[in-house]
Design a protein around this ligand. Structure first.
Ligand code: F6P
Ligand code: MN
Length: 321
């Protein structure tokens, strides 16, 4: 069976970029192991800390973050690492060609219920002429558009650990073989199926959305003789919802809301929206904020947030019109 290492070689991916991808994946194998051991590995439950986003950190958030940092800091091709769990980028090797960003453990609320969780990552080019190697200066190197991404992917820790990765205009799925401990190719050239009528939204936000999104959801659930009926699915972990959409089609919406006026959008541009938009576009779908394609957002704050509407192109268009 084709391993990720063989696939990257066959695609003639730059060897330095390959090395960075494999460092990310080495950490995800450790995370997958700990997740599969559940309570036995002592990784469940909360810590006493809050992260930079003001959220209580789960033990697994902290462990996953550290495993990724440990792998990437020692990789000579990584200039800096930005994480949803870190205030500022962590400086790695000065002058190195790549910047990495990740959400180490997406869907934290599912950790303790043995639900779907995952790691989301993206790799961006570092500036050719680097300036200071201080975290504050490195932060500005991340201020790029989503279209600059060189590679993005996620590992979904579900009943099996599934890697979906996009680069060089290709998107493939690998499954972690838990005997050989290798990511093996299980689906090539993923394409979003077009005919699924399924939407994914946290409906408890309904009355806090703008009328536009309330009307859209009303329109898809309203009984109607001629249209096929919509189903709804909500995992509470973006990685699980996006994986379902890449596998089965449909639409995911996380619009802005006025539940918490200080934070109208929830999902992070760099760690969630950029990589998922890259993957969805590569699989033939669309990914928009409320004002344009997510891939065109020019980041100007490391922990910036954005509304996210992604999935089948036709459904996304219907939702935004
Ligand atoms: O990382 C943020 C996140 O956990 C996403 O994975 C998920 O889509 C979203 O938040 C769920 O938010 P809520 O718990 O408000 O439905
Ligand atoms: Mn997340």
């Amino acid at each position: 069976m084709q391993t990720i290492e063989h696939q990257l070689n066959q695609m003639q991916v730059d060897l330095q970029l390959q090395s960075v991808i494999l460092s990310v994946l080495a950490a995800t194998k450790d995370i997958a192991f700990k997740v599969s051991q559940g309570a036995l590995s002592g990784v469940l439950g909360a810590t006493d800390n809050e992260n930079v986003q003001g959220e209580t950190q789960k033990k697994l958030d902290v462990i996953a973050n550290q495993l990724l940092l440990d792998e990437l800091v020692k990789n000579p091709y990584v200039r800096a690492v930005a994480s949803e769990e870190e205030d500022l980028p962590v400086a790695c090797t000065a002058q190195a060609p790549f910047l990495v960003a990740f959400d180490p453990l997406d869907g934290s609320s599912n950790i303790d219920i043995n639900g779907q969780i995952g790691t989301i990552f993206t790799i961006l080019p570092a500036a050719e002429h680097s300036g200071s190697h201080q975290p504050q200066a490195l932060e500005k190197e991340y201020y790029q558009a989503g279209r600059n991404q060189l590679c993005a992917g996620y590992v979904l820790y579900g009943p099996s650990a599934t890697l979906v990765i996009a680069l060089q205009g290709q998107i493939h799925e690998f499954t972690l073989d838990r005997i050989k401990w290798e990511y093996c190719l299980t689906k090539s050239d993923l394409r979003l199926p077009a005919d699924t009528k399924e939407f994914s939204a946290n409906m408890s936000n309904f009355f806090y959305w703008s009328e536009h999104f309330q009307n859209y959801v009303r329109s898809v659930i309203r009984p109607n003789e001629k249209d096929s009926k919509f189903n709804m699915r909500w995992n509470g972990a973006m990685v699980g919802d996006v994986h379902r959409i890449i596998s089965r089609g449909g639409i995911f919406i996380f619009p802005s809301d006025n539940k918490n006026p200080k934070q109208p959008a929830k999902l992070r541009v760099l760690y969630e929206a950029f990589p998922m938009a890259f993957l969805i576009e590569q699989a033939g779908g669309k990914a928009f904020s409320e004002t344009g394609p997510i891939m065109d957002i020019a980041l100007n704050e490391l922990h910036q947030r954005t509304p996210v509407i992604l999935g089948d192109g036709g459904l996304v268009k219907d939702c935004l019109n």
